[in-house]
Design a protein around this ligand. Structure first.
Ligand SMILES: C[S@@+](CC[C@H](N)C(=O)[O-])C[C@H]1O[C@@H](n2cnc3c(N)ncnc32)[C@H](O)[C@@H]1O
Ligand code: SF4
Length: 503
């Protein structure tokens, strides 16, 4: 799918944010209403929607037909938010009970997905029964499925009939030589295939699945796990292939690798990418395509706003007994409230943009933001498990990624390490916008060249970022401050022949 080129002067998020667009970089007029409607409240497909709408994954699909070197579904930790991890597996009936209980508590709930812990389409009976039960009980909830794609070509019609209009397919390679280094085996047609032969079949089926899903009118997101030294240079080719087939958005995610997880990569010391490496590949894939940058790589039983996992509050043992009432009218009221909030945020943003209109076009700064949702600066520096990072210029604020950190204010001996970790994670930022910050971390941030800014607490993120940027630009103009190059700028200068080169 070829997308129209948007003027670089026009900020990515600004173009579509309040017009039913996805916040991923396209002008509102570009998106047909049918697609805009599908994005409006889907947190995983729309950067803007993820501030306001929640999703839940129901863990009804235990088996998998592919082995990936990074996945071990046996390892579970309630405190860990990581793909493939679940606390309990559910029957379709239990999944429905849980959906209705969550929907009664969370007016923001908009999406129910099946994303494992194995592969939804390797467990078709359980998956389709779950989808049918949820659709009958709560028809306003969107349904989605996340699959490795091996069985996708066989199930597109059934997915469509089940009311699924969002499908995520994990595609890490289009070259079987690369694939054999990521996927050691698959089971297909009742046979186990290994190495290159397995990767060849997997790749063919994945691409065919994307083609058929797009042809059936579904919105397809492609996930790729970035494995340094294995597929980092190759993902541009994957991007080209899936875009050619009409995939709507590409989500390049960092490999999560730890020896404690017992995966092949963890045990052999394969590392995940640095923030700079991830950003370089995302930038290389961007071109005229949509690239997702707000993914939180959530658990297969995640519940809540992205980044706010509430799965442990909704285990089977904690669900209310008996059949729950659906709360569709509460969700409708929430959707209407979000529309009003979107209008207010658009107004605030337009005003701030006017205030920075005279700033030189080439001045930009990178800022980190502590947020708990609603699109606001509303998290304490020390409580943030991650920071959203934006590049700010007179054109607006553009999300460049997410930096996970250990929350600093948890007490105990790890505090100093956590603060050092946060300083390292934000080392390319000029400022961090927070709801609150203590004196000690403020001083340490300042010593590292990062200004802690709390005067815009509870403001909308882009409004706050632009307000800070106006002051920053004035200080630069007076010679009181020097702009700091972002890691993207320094990586860009060194990109040819290093991490990746698209030229
Ligand atoms: C657990 S899978 C379940 C759905 C399906 N089986 C699949 O692979 O797409 C969900 C997503 O998590 C990703 N994932 C699993 N383990 C990961 C890891 N250690 N690091 C990064 N991504 C991982 C998968 O590649 C996939 O995109
Ligand atoms: S396909 Fe999905 S569930 Fe299966 S091994 Fe790979 S990541 Fe895990």
């Amino acid at each position: 799918m070829k997308l129209p080129v948007v003027s670089p002067e026009v900020p990515a998020a600004a173009n579509c944010r309040f017009s039913g667009g996805c916040g991923l970089g396209e002008a509102p007029a570009v998106l047909p209403e049918a697609i805009a409607e599908k994005l409006r409240n889907h947190p995983c497909y729309s950067e803007e929607a993820h501030h306001h709408f929640a999703r839940m994954h129901v863990a009804v699909a235990p088996a998998c037909n592919v082995q990936c070197h990074y996945c071990n579904r046996k390892f579970d930790c309630a405190n860990e938010s990581r793909p493939g991890v679940v606390s309990e597996r559910l029957s379709p009936e239990e999944a429905l009970r849980k959906v209705l209980a969550v929907a009664a508590e969370l007016p923001q709930l908009a999406v129910v997905g099946v994303a494992g812990p194995g592969d939804p389409l390797a467990n078709p009976e359980r998956t389709f029964r779950t989808l049918a039960l949820v659709r009958a009980a709560a028809p306003d909830l969107r349904l989605c499925v996340s699959t490795n794609g091996l069985a996708l070509p066989d199930h597109v019609d059934e997915l469509r009939a089940a009311g699924v209009d969002h499908v995520t397919v994990t595609i890490n390679m289009v070259d079987p030589e690369v694939g054999a280094r990521i996927h050691p085996w698959i089971v297909h047609g009742g046979r186990r295939l290994e190495g290159r032969a397995a990767a060849e079949v997997l790749s063919g089926r994945q691409l065919e699945g994307v083609r058929r899903a797009v042809a059936a009118g579904m919105l397809v997101k492609v996930n790729s796990v970035l494995v340094p030294g294995v597929n980092d240079r190759h993902l541009v080719e994957v991007n080209r292939a899936v875009r050619g087939l009409g995939a709507f958005v590409h989500n390049v995610m960092p490999l999560i690798s730890d020896p404690a997880h017992g995966t092949h990569y963890g045990l052999t010391g394969q590392r995940g990418p640095t923030a700079e490496e991830l950003e370089a590949v995302q930038r290389a894939c961007e071109g005229d395509a949509r690239v997702m940058r707000h993914c939180r790589q959530c658990r297969a039983d995640a519940v809540g706003l992205l980044g706010q996992d509430r799965s442990q509050e909704f285990t089977l043992a904690r669900l209310p007994p008996g059949p729950a009432q659906d709360a569709a009218e509460v969700r409708a009221a929430h959707r209407a409230a979000v529309e009003r909030l979107r209008d207010r945020a658009a107004g605030a943003r337009a005003e701030r943009l006017r205030a920075v209109a005279s700033v030189p076009a080439d001045l930009r700064a990178r800022v980190a933001v502590a947020t708990r949702g609603e699109g606001r600066v509303n998290e304490h520096f020390g409580h943030a498990p991650s920071f959203q990072v934006y590049d700010v210029s007179r054109a607006g604020a553009r999300l460049v990624g997410l930096r996970r950190v250990d929350a600093y204010c948890v007490g105990g001996e790890g505090e100093d390490d956590a603060l050092e970790g946060a300083l390292a994670a934000l080392s390319d930022c000029t400022a961090v916008l927070v709801a609150k910050v203590g004196r000690c971390p403020r001083e340490k941030l300042a010593a590292a060249g990062i200004e802690a800014v709390s005067e815009h607490a509870h403001a909308f993120i882009e409004e706050a970022a632009l307000a800070w940027f106006a002051r920053f630009a004035a200080e630069v103009a007076r010679g009181e401050r020097t702009p700091r190059p972002t890691s993207a700028e320094t990586a860009g200068e060194a990109s040819c022949g290093s991490t990746i080169c698209t030229g």
